[in-house]
Design a protein around this ligand. Sequence first.
Ligand code: UD1
Ligand code: CA
Length: 454
Amino acid sequence: MKHRSCLSVVLAAGEGTRMKSSLPKVMHKIAGLPLVAHVILAVQADDKSDVAVVVGRGAELVEAAAQAVGSKVSVYQQKERLGTAHAVLSARNAIEQGYDDVLIVFGDTPLIEASSLSHARQQLASGADIVVMGFRPENPYGYGRLIENEGRLVAIIEEKEANEAQKAVGFCNGGLMAVKGAHLLALLDAVKNDNAKGEYYLTDIVALAHGKGLNVIAQEVPADNVIGINNRLELSQAEAIWQNRKREELMLNGVTMIAPETVFFSYDTIIEPDVIIEPNVVFGAGVKVDTGAIIHAFSHVDGAYVGEQVSVGPYARLRPGADLATGSKVGNFCEVKNAKIGERAKVNHLSYIGDAEVGADANIGAGTITCNYDGYNKHKTSIGAHAFIGSNSSLIAPVTIAEGAYVGSGSVIVENVPANALAIARGRQENKEGRAEVLRQRYAQLKAELKHKV
Ligand code: UD1
Ligand code: CA
């Protein structure tokens, strides 16, 4: 089949007043990614078709978010908010390039699946002129109703214009449509604003096209594909749907989760098969977890690579730049930031390892801290392979502890330690025979004297 060129027009000029936010609505995030970016990922999932984003307030922010995930994105400003047809016409210059297909999608409808969009485009390829994505909401109130006749879509009637019979129709406009590029501008230019809201309704192109004898059809999509976000409650509901989709996808792909409803992913989280994730784990952006790893309960993993057979947590925090090689361990109450942990190396308890490199098979004792920050600059700590850092040591960076070295517990290390050396940097212990009894008597007497005074 001939490749069909495609333009996706993303409408994102809405005020979003109900978000009660200083941010433009489409900049609010689900799974750590702005709504508008989710839409762009969906429209560009199959082919990197061109994208025109129609924006109002906060144009620069929206443009940056769109460019960050998409290619060939251009941005058009809708100066006045005169309705959805007017919004699409703001991208007239893009539409005039003459695309085979134009997808019109909403920036606040982030859960649209690429498969629904490509199905609509297939319908265009096989003869439809307009494909409208319809769904059956529990409560159709507020949606445009899809009026069908003999398999053709005849009109979309907005709630405010609908009569009782039309209001009784449960099949509703999801808002998104695919239109043959050759027809779109003429149809949009014919739309008038003589309706209840005084707006140019995109939905009016359906009756106009039908009147011209064009082939207009509705395609039913799952309701959760076309959920639109208007307030923070709906934002959280969309987040929940997104998280459930991701959990299902991962579990069916071989990831074990004991309580999946308590595990949260980012839009770009990669978890390989045969990973086990215990309850209450949160993944920030930029994480990959390799096969055989286990993430124990209550861990927070952000911008990190977790290698094969690695064990993390419980209660671990991996921050950006944490890079845990095969078979290594980061245990309870440990924080790792911008640090490479070598193969089989262990950071098991209550440590902070930041701006560091830890060699293979090294052992970092409980409570070890890399003192990487002096209030102005960050400095690096290098720990060689097979090194052993005794518990409760402070490593004042910049510092290097070479291969195979030993650091005695409780040391404050300010100078480099050569390979295979033992470094001890703490007060020396003195034992005073019999002194405990002397102390006990002294303290008991003091207590008696104090009581007497009262
Ligand atoms: C629209 C549809 C309705 C459908 C519903 C699905 C129209 C006329 N109605 O109604 O049939 O059931 O979506 O959710 O299309 N926008 C602009 N500029 C404008 C107006 C809107 O960019 O001048 C953008 C908004 O930011 C939003 C989208 O277009 O992303 C939809 O606009 P909205 O006003 O929310 O339309 P609805 O009344 O929900
Ligand atoms: Ca809406």
